[in-house]
Design a protein around this ligand. Sequence first.
Ligand code: GDP
Ligand code: MG
Length: 370
Amino acid sequence: PENVRVYEFAEKIGKTAGDVIKVLFALGMMVTKNDFLSKDEIEILAEEFGVEVTTMNPLDELDYVQVYDAKPNENLEERPPVITIMGHVDHGKTSLLDRIRSAKVADKEAGGITQHVGAYQIEKEGKKITFVDTPGHEAFTEMRSRGAQATDIVIIVVAADDGVMPQTKEAIAHTKAAGVPMIVAINKIDKPNANPDNVKAQLAEIDVMAADWGGEYEFVPVSAHSGEGIDELLETILLQAEVMELEADPTREAKAVVVESSLEKGFGPVANVIIKNGTLHVGDNVIVGTTYGRIRAIKLDDGSNVKEIGPSTPAAIVGLNEVPGAGETLVVMENEKEARELAEKRAEYERAKQLSKSTKASLEDLSALI
Ligand code: GDP
Ligand code: MG
């Protein structure tokens, strides 16, 4: 992580920027005094000048997520699992999400207009399950790349007539790399040419062995069209969730993950979030990456407005100053001043980093500096 500029490094070790630039120049690295040094460059310089350095990202100092995580949870309670469905195109992700949603929240929808909040929640045997319904793959990788993980369990959908395809393998690779448990849903079993055993064999070849074949993964045959197997799939999710002992502390301040965001007429920036821990209230001051704000409204997927939401609940929130990025983490701060100052510091640092990246050292610049 780039965390110190050339001249700052020089000052710290009692040299001039020119000394530092010369050393790097001799090694074929062109920098100007305002450039940020990479970790590698710092290590080279430390050796060259015989100084001890410990590298640390300055954003760490401003890392409200770390600060949040360092505080203890005092009232842990069970929380619903958050599920993402992934798989090859046309294998039935959307159909499955629609089938699960319509089967379980139909009565709620009777009068109301549903709101797209990037995820929805259903209830099965008195237990809640949250399904992320943004395009699974992108949201999942985006979040992973930002170090946030909204998903507890991934459902890999494979069409029984089509079998394992490139995006099936990709989705499995992402899931395994993230260390997230996986359940396989073999979809379209209503089709005459469905061949679930073929899917099992193909997956066994890539180390995804079905539990009934002695492996560690649950496979559930389903049909998004007929509804067959959907109950079993939900039961399998709940069993897996139970094993995982998913917990959160609803009594503390909130931490949430942004799954989607947009600028909406009449509302301004809207972020679709899933609460990871704590309870988020209308009126809370929050920071999300380089933006901040005060929660003005919380909207659930059934279109209703609520005053607060707890762990694993998906909702659209209004009140941020800018549109945050997907995968960013929202944390509640003491007050507006604290949230604003921290967001501004982070924004300033990000800008400086961008600027430094776009600055190319010309030979004239170099000779002037040396
Ligand atoms: P996605 O690209 O993974 O989101 O797949 P879709 O949900 O859009 O489904 C792709 C196609 O497969 C659509 O024409 C669906 O109607 C069809 N489909 C999805 N699930 C089933 C199923 O269980 N049985 C059958 N016969 N067709 C299905
Ligand atoms: Mg789809």
